[in-house]
Design a binder for this molecule. Structure first.
Ligand code: SF4
Length: 57
């Protein structure tokens, strides 16, 4: 056990709270489904706004 953050490791590197695969958000909301945890606090990094893939013909 450690006392750094609620979530010590996170793969969502596109999240603005993700720093070096670690969550820097103080408190997050996570929903558990099956055996996966889905973070409800996920928020895309601001720098990624212009890199949205386009789904056009
Ligand atoms: S807020 Fe959620 S998605 Fe973002 S880094 Fe933390 S645990 Fe990961």
């Amino acid at each position: 056990m450690n006392d750094t953050t609620t979530v010590s490791r996170c793969d969502a590197t596109t999240c603005r709270f993700n720093s070096d695969m670690k969550c820097t958000a103080g408190q997050i909301e996570v929903s558990m489904s099956a055996h996966q945890a889905q973070c409800l606090t996920f928020s895309p990094a601001e720098g990624d706004q212009g890199q949205r893939p386009t789904a056009q013909q």
